[in-house]
Design a binder for this molecule. Structure first.
Ligand code: SIN
Length: 177
């Protein structure tokens, strides 16, 4: 029996895991892309004015880089109960191969919010997403902080994500106006 479980984080879990883990490694999942398409009613917005947070969207030709966390099996039930609560606004668990290199991978799990969940907002222009992020605040803080911390964490880990960086640029332009 495996003594640990791997969890892949691609959004706030990269920069605020907030749980105990044995080790962490930069990893990617294949066939998924990170998108600011999920509405946030409970963290970075409120029900009347949802913010936008990331989910993964199936995308055959793409891959998404993030952080894989190795969790001790003995505390996994407790940690996943906490995470299920944290990610309750539309996210479900999905199993996937987490790649560390082209030839090294482990089976793991990530949280993703599917297109059919009630909080899903879907695509919009970079400018529209940036504008919504600029205006949104929720119990966990501003939506802008979420975007900036995510973009910084990606850069620190040498992960390129043109979608996230384009929205960050659109937000910078909005701030400059
Ligand atoms: C994740 O970070 O892996 C899930 C989405 C989020 O909480 O931002």
């Amino acid at each position: 029996m495996n003594s640990s479980i791997w969890l892949f984080g691609y959004g706030s879990l990269i920069w605020r895991p907030d749980f105990d883990y044995i080790s962490s490694r930069v990893a990617w999942v294949s066939g998924w892309s990170r998108r600011f398409w999920q509405g946030s009613h409970d963290h970075r917005g409120v029900p009347q004015a949802p913010g936008r947070v990331v989910t993964l969207f199936p995308s055959e030709a793409e891959r998404c880089g993030g952080m894989a966390f190795e969790i001790d099996q003995k505390v996994a039930v407790e940690i996943f109960t906490q995470l299920d609560y944290r990610e309750k606004n539309g996210y479900e668990r999905q199993q996937a191969a987490l790649f560390f290199t082209q030839s090294e991978s482990v089976e793991g799990v990530f949280y993703y919010a599917a297109e059919n969940n009630p909080a899903f907002l879907g695509p919009a222009s970079d400018e529209a997403i940036a504008s919504q992020i600029k205006q949104s605040h929720g119990p966990s803080g501003s939506n802008e902080e979420y975007l900036r911390k995510l973009a910084d964490a990606l850069r620190q880990n040498h992960i390129v994500d043109e979608h996230v960086f384009a929205i960050e640029r659109a937000l910078d332009n909005e701030t400059d106006r």
